[in-house]
Design a protein around this ligand. Structure first.
Ligand SMILES: [Mg+2]
Length: 280
């Protein structure tokens, strides 16, 4: 009799970075917001009394304040913006997380970081968290907005996706029939979800999307992903699961490890295995 091999329920996991792979309490989010407001004052010469509300309103409307500023017609260099707002972040608050590292390395599926931030910030944060080599790749600002520089990268060495697979903005507009109001493509737009699906070559129905943002989760669900809201104990619209911490992944979603040899998985997750180097 022929054996029937059960296909894994999930083939890929997409992880947001900020406030998902580390907690909001690290202070990166608030420091970043302050730096963006400083940039609006000093580089774009927006009036002091307008800055705070405008920063928040644009964030809500466009997904990132940067995308909103571009939509309003402000002209500035994307790399300079990212370097300025990320340059003084309290990265020292991000400490190595060997428990999360071991957990991630025990996951049998492809794992990809999907963040609105730029490559430099993603690399710095992943390095500070001790998560280098835990992911098959990083899809960041440059990936979704490839005219502005290099795009997806394999964390550690080399590119995850060959350059020729990157759709440029013209291709996106022509093939998908959408013209975003902002020239910046980012979460939570459904177009960004569709782009990450295409670039990472994943089937949303077999992909789990982790994010701390309720808007991103709603959009991810609309794109067909299985969704997990991180950083809160209760479900939000569009979320299939809620995790107070990314560390609770195994308790909430044991099916990720379905089919994996239990002894192998347990050995990898045992406290004594934490310091064992594991090749990604
Ligand atoms: Mg986030």
């Amino acid at each position: 009799m022929e054996a029937i091999l059960e296909r894994p329920k999930y083939e890929c996991l997409l992880f947001d970075l900020d406030d998902t792979l580390y907690p909001f309490s690290a202070g990166i989010n608030l420091a970043c917001r302050k730096n963006i407001q400083d940039y609006m004052r000093h580089h774009l010469h927006i009036e002091e009394r307008q800055v705070a509300d405008m920063c928040l309103d644009l964030y809500k409307e466009y997904g990132t304040t940067m995308a909103g500023l571009k939509a309003l017609g402000y002209e500035f260099d994307n790399d300079e913006f990212h370097a300025t707002v990320h340059g003084t972040l309290p990265y020292h608050n991000l400490r190595p997380d060997p428990v999360l590292r071991t957990l991630l390395l025990s996951i049998p599926q492809r794992k990809i970081v999907f963040t609105n931030s730029d490559k430099a910030h993603a690399e710095e944060a992943l390095c500070r968290l001790g998560l280098q080599g835990c992911f098959d790749g990083v899809i960041c600002f440059g990936t979704l907005n490839p005219c502005n520089g290099p795009s997806a990268f394999r964390d550690g060495n080399g590119m995850l996706f060959p350059d020729e697979t990157f759709p440029d903005s013209a291709d996106l507009n022509e093939s998908d029939g959408f013209r975003p109001i902002s020239p910046i493509l980012c979460k939570p737009s459904i177009e960004a979800m569709e782009a990450v699906t295409r670039i990472a070559n994943v089937d949303p129905k077999k992909t789990i999307f982790f994010d701390d943002s309720t808007r991103n989760i709603a959009s991810g669900k609309a794109a067909g992903f299985h969704t997990v809201i991180v950083g809160r104990p209760t479900l939000v619209p569009g979320a299939d699961h809620a995790l107070e911490s990314i560390h609770n992944m195994k308790e909430a979603l044991p099916e990720i490890w379905d089919g994996q040899d239990r002894s192998e998985s347990d050995a990898l997750l045992s406290p004594t295995a934490v310091e064992t180097p594991v090749a990604a």
